[in-house]
Each structure stands twice: as C-alpha cells, then as structure tokens.
Design a binder for this molecule. Sequence first.
Ligand code: GLU
Length: 320
Amino acid sequence: MADIATIVRDVADEMAALTDRGEVATYIPPLAHVDPRQFGLCIVTADGAVHMAGEAEEPFSIQSVSKVFALTQALGKVGDTLWRRVGREPSGTPFNSIVQLEREQGIPRNPFINAGALVVSDVNLAGHEPRVAIGELLRFIRYLAEDDTILIDEIVARAEQETGFRNIALANYMKAFGNLTHSPPLTLGVYFHQCAIAMSCRQLAMAGRYLMLGGLHSPGGPRVVSAQRARRINALMLTCGHYDASGDFAFRVGLPGKSGVGGGILAIAPGRASIAVWSPGLNENGNSKLGTAALERIAEATGWSVFSQAEQGLSRPASS
Ligand code: GLU
C-alpha cells in the first residue's frame, strides 16, 4: 500500500529512466523546439492536497486540452442546444480529419476533434470580437486554477494561424454547411488562441478540479457546472478525449482524459483526483507517450479506473 506522494515520486522516477520518449510535434517551430526530456506530473486530490514531481511547474502549450474548458464555456452559454451542432460519438479518426464532415452534413462527431472544437469556438465567439471571447475563456481558466499568471503564448498562436490550413479548411467546410455563424477567420482566431494557452501541470490539475468534484470549483467551493454536466463532460473525455486512440486510453488507463499535441494530458478520477501530466514526446496517435504510460501506472497503483469496482483504495490491485 503506497500513498499518493510515493506513487507520484515512483512514477516520475520510472519515467525518467525511459529512453523511448516519442516524437515532439513538428507542425509549428515553437513545439518542434521543446526539449523532449521533460516530464511533469501533478495530482490534486479531493481533499485539496497537491502532489507534484518533475517539471510540474513548467508551462507548456496545452493545445487540445483547452477543448475541455472551451466546451464547458459553450455549454454555459447555450446549454444542450449545442448538441444540435456537434455530436457526442467517438470519431475513430485523427484529430484534424475532414472525411466524416461530408457524409454527416457538416456536423462534427464530437467537441474534441478539431471540427467540433471549431463549432464550440463559434459558440463562444457569440458575436463578440475574437479577443473578447478568448479573454473570457482565459479568465475562466484562471478562475478554475486560481492563478492569474496563466497566459496565451502569442508566438504559438501566430504559428497556429500561419500553418493551420487544415483547420481553415474545416472551418470553411462547416460554414458551407451552415454550421458556423461567424466568418471562418474570426472563429479560427478564437480557436488558434485557445490552443496557444500555456499552463503548467499544477495549473492544469487545479483547473480540472471541477470535473473531479461533481461540478464544484474546489472542495466545498462554489458550483461551476451542475453535477450532471460534470459527469457528461467526463463521459465525453473518456469516449473522445484521445482521438482515434480513445478506446486504447480507456483500456489502458480507464479514466476520462483529454490530450493535446503539446504533450499534456488532463485526466480525472471522479471523486478522487484531478491529474495533469506532461511530456512533449508523442506516440503514433499524437498523444503524449510518457504521459499515457505514467497515467497507466497511476491507475494501476491507485485502482482509480472508472471501471474498477469496490474499494478503489490506494492498495495495489491483484495483478490479472
Ligand atoms: N493546434 C492543434 C491543431 O488544431 C491542436 C491539436 C491537438 O492538440 O490535438 O491542429
């Protein structure tokens, strides 16, 4: 039986010893130049305790992890009417795939593939200037993390804009189907900037607490979303949070999680922990290689998988 502090330390030590760390994303220079040897881990538990190891205070580009917060913001604005414009099914395709959109009349499969996230950005734009919409999202994330130092990396945002031809294509394609209300460049401006938000593992794990706490900001704190909404966002993270590797992540880790090509993953053990892990090297599906491995070890050591029953204590489950 190990406590969380020991598990965090052991997992970080184990990851430090691994040599195959995956490949960093290369589609924009600011990500291509990140040192792949870095690894950070932070676990915030339901009692408010914070456990960290490695480069847990180093900010990284959260990229698609931002889709969780943007979805929460959009649901706050339009509620369940969002689901007329975005589906809730796993796509089984890569993050930036366009193929399903034609067959499915411009309705993206879910809010966590790029097409779906663009619709979410369109909702959050809500007739404002892009900088107002992105400012609102940034303030929301700072409130969740209780940290006003969280920033948007303007160099990353510009690089996203300069190279985002697929995202530009997706936005234009959905506009042609009538599923974007604003002009594509405005919606894309919001999306590119949300991808460029930089956060540390500590900030990310803190920001994810509302998903562990049934919608509460912090232990005993104010309500951010209803318990039902928190549960549903977790369900979407579990089924769609890792693109076409979502099934494998559920199989290996068994926790709702959302990854980004910056190498970050936010994973939620409902009622127990909000976990952020970061290592920039990616696996073949574009998810953090060491991040996934670390979460697999944490789920094993804690028994926190949403699929394990009974005690879910800290004791190591019998090996199968
Ligand atoms: N900025 C990336 C894109 O839209 C985000 C992808 C990701 O993190 O999965 O292409």
